[in-house]
Design a protein around this ligand. Sequence first.
Ligand SMILES: NC(=O)C1=CN([C@@H]2O[C@H](COP(=O)(O)OP(=O)(O)OC[C@H]3O[C@@H](n4cnc5c(N)ncnc54)[C@H](OP(=O)(O)O)[C@@H]3O)[C@@H](O)[C@H]2O)C=CC1
Ligand SMILES: C[C@H](O)[C@@H]1OC(=O)[C@H](O)[C@@H]1O
Length: 253
Amino acid sequence: MLLENKVMLITGASKGIGRGIAVGAAKHGAKIGINYAGDDAAASATVAEIKAAGGEAFALKGDVSDPQSAKDFIQAGVDHFGKIDSFVSNAGICPFHAFLDMPQEVLERTLRVNLHGAWYMSQAAANQMVKQGHGGTLIAVSSISALVGGEYQTHYTPTKAGVLSLMQSTAIALGKHGIRCNALLPGTILTDINKDDLADDAKRQYMESRTCLGRLGQPEDMAGPAVFLASDLAGYVTGASLLVDGGLFVNLQ
Ligand SMILES: NC(=O)C1=CN([C@@H]2O[C@H](COP(=O)(O)OP(=O)(O)OC[C@H]3O[C@@H](n4cnc5c(N)ncnc54)[C@H](OP(=O)(O)O)[C@@H]3O)[C@@H](O)[C@H]2O)C=CC1
Ligand SMILES: C[C@H](O)[C@@H]1OC(=O)[C@H](O)[C@@H]1O
């Protein structure tokens, strides 16, 4: 149990990677708070799964692009559990679209949710941790897409590079408060965000073949790396990024 007596809040955890991290961290003893945008049933199911396994959890709906949501989520964490030890900024969208005719609203919504949302949430969590006075950890779910591009992701990949950069700069700003800040860089993980894109069998098989391990990731694959970064095992790890991609990035030929 690496996270006993720790409180972890996670954005975008009704499903997908956020849910995988929430359930995995709860198995390691963390008390969990989840944020989500609109899928009440999925959020309730995540909370129920954690409680059924003997853990503690709550869910709060809120749009991460609204700065007030960050304040509300942090306050809810304090109200439920009295403190926050670890904050995972995970919520994100990736509406695949071509570059040349990108609607302005698709671009701006992607920036607001993925980058502004991570920024507001990380700042609110950090302020709470500084107030508590015993350090903490910020983790941002960036992406392999912070390092490489995507033809239909010209609005998305800059947000993932931005989130990686956010963790590097907050590591500097918050080290003096004992707050460690790190980024997780998933490769391709099978979730709703890419269900339509990977419905194309040829594309899915191609993406699988690009990994060294011969398979795409599952949300559960993200739990161990997140638990490690949140735990005292990673006590000297800050400003770092951890690729969790089954060897996709290194596999040039
Ligand atoms: N899947 C992949 O291959 C990869 C994903 N990532 C990143 O991982 C993160 C999670 O993605 P993934 O699990 O795949 O996606 P999913 O679509 O499976 O889950 C997205 C989650 O984010 C929530 N969400 C979406 N918009 C908002 C918002 N405005 N405010 C609050 N919550 C919101 C959703 O809530 P609700 O259910 O209520 O809609 C849901 O809980 C994203 O940041 C993504 O960029 C990075 C690399 C690879
Ligand atoms: C949504 C995509 O399948 C996924 O998102 C990322 O960040 C990865 O790079 C994949 O492209």
